[in-house]
Design a protein around this ligand. Structure first.
Ligand SMILES: NC(=O)c1ccc[n+]([C@@H]2O[C@H](COP(=O)([O-])OP(=O)(O)OC[C@H]3O[C@@H](n4cnc5c(N)ncnc54)[C@H](OP(=O)(O)O)[C@@H]3O)[C@@H](O)[C@H]2O)c1
Length: 257
């Protein structure tokens, strides 16, 4: 798909993957709606990208009112939304026995409810036009469970379950759902999830860059992908092995530490 003048709404656009997706999308000719809580960071990004192709809409995805305003502001300025990139999210890492329940509640509120809330705000319009795409920023942590990530894994496994059902339900319509599952990249994410807390197995899988994730996401938008995109690609066989042989995988992960 040619992205010229298409309208792409990006949550979590103030940092990391979201900001880089906005840069790649604008470079491909799209107009972007930048949503996150940090208005200052969104304004800086809009200045960098150009005000005529950007709309800054400070949004907390845990707020019904903010998400409703995000949709209203998008339709008012651009008349439609072609793509919603549900990217806002964060992780806090700890062993399940030590992790406070409030961490799980906070992660589920943003990573799961936030994604569902935004999807509910835009999907009916896409279905009415029979055109559009919902992009979900899941994670390899939604496909493979590793030590210290129990609560984050739980939130991202929920995203994967939601995404797979949404893909099924959209089959036969012209609205697509792409689910992006990246490995570890150094972004603002490590502010709450420092690398020292990752299991050795997660670190052994190697790092990817935020730019790689952004390019793969914009490619999935251009190709109107309806399916799952794993980054790096070599993670595909690992995830398939993990799903087919969960008990063997658990022993390997325990051995790796
Ligand atoms: N980095 C990784 O290794 C990695 C790997 C796989 C998947 N992911 C996923 O990728 C997504 C982006 O993460 P990132 O790595 O780019 O981290 P990041 O640099 O920390 O960016 C996270 C973004 O989410 C926004 N956000 C957090 N809470 C929000 C809320 N309540 N309402 C609206 N926006 C909110 C943040 O903006 P404000 O603070 O301004 O609101 C920020 O723009 C997340 O869903 C994460 O789980 C990350």
């Amino acid at each position: 798909m040619d992205l010229t003048n298409s309208v792409i709404v990006i949550t979590g656009a103030s940092s990391g993957f979201g900001a880089d997706i906005a840069r790649c999308a604008v470079a491909a000719g799209a107009r972007v709606v930048l949503a996150a809580r940090s208005a200052t960071a969104l304004d800086q990004l809009a200045d960098e990208l150009g005000r005529d192709c950007t709309l800054v809409q400070p949004t907390d995805v845990t707020s019904d009112a903010d998400v409703a305003r995000l949709a209203e502001a998008t339709f008012e300025r651009f008349g439609r939304a072609d793509v919603l990139v549900n990217n806002a999210g964060f992780g806090v890492l700890d062993r399940i026995a030590d992790a406070p329940l409030a961490d799980l509640q906070a992660m589920v509120d943003v990573n799961v409810y936030g994604m569902v809330r935004c999807t509910h705000a835009f999907l009916p319009h896409m279905l009415a036009r029979n055109s559009g795409q919902i992009v979900l920023m899941a994670s390899l942590a939604g496909l493979i469970a590793t030590a210290n990530m129990g609560f984050y894994n739980a939130s991202k496994f929920a995203v994967v379950g939601f995404g797979r059902t949404l893909m099924l339900e959209l089959q036969g319509t012209n609205v697509r759902c792409a689910m992006i599952c990246p490995g570890v990249a150094q972004t603002g994410f490590q502010r709450t999830a420092p690398l020292a807390k990752y299991s050795r197995a997660s670190r052994l899988a190697g790092f990817i860059t935020s730019e790689q994730v952004a390019q793969a996401t914009v490619r999935a938008i251009q190709r109107r992908t309806h399916g799952e995109v794993l980054i790096p690609r070599r993670a595909g066989p690992l995830a398939a092995f993990g799903a087919a042989f969960p008990n063997v995988t658990r022993r390997i992960l325990h051995f790796l530490g």
